[in-house]
Every structure is written in C-alpha cells, then in structure tokens.
Write a protein that binds this ligand. Structure first.
Ligand SMILES: NC(=O)c1ccc[n+]([C@@H]2O[C@H](COP(=O)([O-])OP(=O)(O)OC[C@H]3O[C@@H](n4cnc5c(N)ncnc54)[C@H](OP(=O)(O)O)[C@@H]3O)[C@@H](O)[C@H]2O)c1
Length: 307
C-alpha cells in the first residue's frame, strides 16, 4: 500500500505520522502522480497546529501538502493531456502531496522541463506562485528600489530574484549567514533587528519604492510609516491585519496559482535565471524531522520531502 502523511488531531510535530493508505484512483480530469519531490511550507505547520482553524480548518484524518513533482502513474477517464510516464510538476488543493502517490487535476500540472531538478520542481508551487504574485502586486520594475523581508526564505529567496529579474534594485533583509547568497544573486543584504530602518535608508539613499513582506512582525508599518512607501506598493503574505489597517496588498499563492505562472517559473529555472535553493531533503518517513528544521524559521530556500 502507498505511504502518506496523516494527522488525526491538531498538535505539535509528533501528531504527524506516515501510514499506509488506499491507493488513490484518478477521476475524470485527474492524474495520479508518483511523487518524487514535495516541498514543505510554514502554512502547513500552522494548519497542523490549528492556528488557521478559522480560515483553513482541517478535517481528520488529515493529509498534508500542496507542492509536488513526479511521474504520471495513471490517468483518469478521458484525460488526453498527460500520459503514463510523463514528468510533471504542480499542485494539489487536497492536502495530499506529502505522499508516495497523489492525485492532481490536469489544470494544476505542467510538464517538468528536463533541465529542472526534481527538488526544485517539487518545491516550486507555493513559494513560486507566492513570490511571483508579490512581485507583481508591488509592480517591481526597472528603476525601482524594492525591499524584501525574509529575503532568503522559501518565498523571499524567489521574490528577490524575480524582482531583480524585473529590473529593480533589491534590498534583502536577512541574517548574516545569508548575506553572501544574496550578494551572489545581485541583492544588497541588510541585517534585520534594531536599527533596520536606518540601515535600509543607508543602503537605498533614502528612497524605497516598494516593500514585499514575507515575515510579518511589523514590516508593513515600517515600510509605510518609516520608509514612506505608498500602501499600494506594499505586499505582505502574512500580516493581513496590518495590511487591512493601512490599505496594503496581500497577494499570495492564490493570486499566482496558474499553470502559466508555473511554466514561466520552470522556464526561468531551466534557463538558469532562477534558483530554488534547497536547504535540505528528507525521506517521507522523516517528515517530523523536516518540519522540526522548517519551524526554526531560518531555512534558506526550501526543504523537500523525497517519498
Ligand atoms: N499568503 C500566502 O499565500 C503565503 C504563501 C506562502 C507562505 N506564506 C507565509 O509567509 C511566511 C514565509 O514563508 P516561507 O516559506 O518563505 O518561510 P521560511 O522559508 O520559513 O522563511 C523564513 C525566513 O524568515 C526569516 N526570519 C526569521 N526571523 C526573522 C526576523 N526576526 N525578522 C525577519 N526575518 C526573519 C529567515 O531569515 P534568516 O534565515 O536570514 O534569519 C528566513 O529567511 C510564512 O509565515 C508563511 O506561512 C504565505
């Protein structure tokens, strides 16, 4: 029987188990994917802890995971777009990709370009769609100076590269160990913590046009009140309450969820214009260890399960 992550109640990492499950059967418009790589995301930890119960409740037993890349194992009735053996990347909305086998609708999959590594492909959806949407939301383009908080995290590491690609001068807020990686990706690193507004002003000669917040904890307010960024050029993917207060944007993964966006990002990766940094990989059976590392909140790029 195929193995999959399940949890039967809200709680800490130890509610996560890997168990035998029924083999999923693809319906019309679906394919069954043998998962080769699947990214893990902080939102999944929040759901598991019950912190998003109002917004995204769980029903038990619950599966987990959206991101996936793998090989088509079986196609549902009438599916002509994909065939058994095709290499694909994409997502499921059924909290089901942290598994050996996962179903996905055909309009949530794209062909995996041969030059895109499995780990990058399997980690792309949530972080990639979110970064793409955030960069679009703030309208980053040539001549702009854009600041990104959490600049080396899963979303931030992609957002900084996409903003550079759009022609902007990019300031990345990150801890010291990530500064070299940021510089190597044409991003000016600035340490967060006390005095961050002053350090940003020094790095930007006092002009900041847009701000992408991937961390929360006061950056929306800092952007608008201390750096003078217009609220419609601030996007936060986490601090919804402050965004509402100031009229800032909250475009996240939903705003970037399309096969076209995934294909565009995969193309950038294949051409060497976008790197998905892989901080660590774990076998499916070590899902708890994977989340233990993620929940330290200092991942550079993505952590990936390899079922
Ligand atoms: N709305 C949406 O659609 C959506 C989609 C995806 C994610 N999210 C949310 O967005 C957030 C980021 O997701 P992610 O996957 O990028 O997370 P992640 O990979 O865990 O990134 C964590 C980042 O936070 C940084 N960080 C830690 N402490 C910090 C501090 N005190 N100040 C500033 N930065 C700090 C770390 O930087 P250093 O390592 O340099 O310390 C690290 O780069 C999560 O809360 C997630 O739930 C929302």
């Amino acid at each position: 029987m195929p193995r999959a992550v399940r949890f039967d109640q809200y709680g800490d990492i130890d509610v996560l188990n890997v168990v035998d499950v029924e083999r999923p059967v693809p319906g019309a418009g679906e394919v069954l994917v043998r998962v080769k790589a699947t990214g893990i995301n902080p939102g999944e930890a929040s759901i598991r802890k019950g912190l998003l119960h109002e917004r995204f409740p769980a029903t038990f037993p619950s599966g987990e995971g959206s991101d996936l890349a793998g090989v088509v194992e079986e196609v549902g009735p009438g599916v002509a777009e994909f065939a058994v053996g095709d290499e694909v990347l994409g997502w499921t909305d059924q909290r089901a990709s942290h598994a050996e086998l996962a179903l996905a609708p055909i309009d949530q999959l794209v062909p995996k370009p041969a030059g895109v590594p499995w780990n990058a492909a399997g980690a792309l959806y949530v972080a990639g769609a979110t970064a793409w949407a955030a960069v679009r939301a703030v309208g980053a383009s040539t001549g702009d100076t854009v600041v990104v908080s959490g600049a080396a995290g899963g979303v931030g590491s992609l957002a900084v590269q996409l903003a550079v690609h759009a022609g902007a001068k990019v300031i990345g807020l990150a801890s010291e160990p990530n500064h070299e990686w940021l510089r190597a990706h044409h991003v000016i690193p600035v340490s967060y913590g006390d005095g961050v507004a002053e350090r940003i002003r020094e790095a930007t000669e006092g002009r900041v046009d847009a701000f992408i917040d991937t961390f929360g904890g006061g950056y929306v307010q800092l952007a608008i009140e201390e750096l003078g960024v217009a609220p419609d050029r601030v996007d936060t993917i986490i601090d919804w309450a402050t965004a509402e207060k100031y009229g800032a944007k909250t475009d996240g993964s939903m705003a970037g969820s399309s096969p076209q966006v995934l294909s565009e990002l995969a193309g950038l990766i294949e051409r060497g214009e976008l790197e998905v940094p892989i901080a660590a990989t774990y076998p499916l059976e070590q899902v708890r260890e994977a989340f233990r590392e993620l929940e330290q909140r200092h991942t550079r790029g993505k952590i990936v399960l390899e079922p």
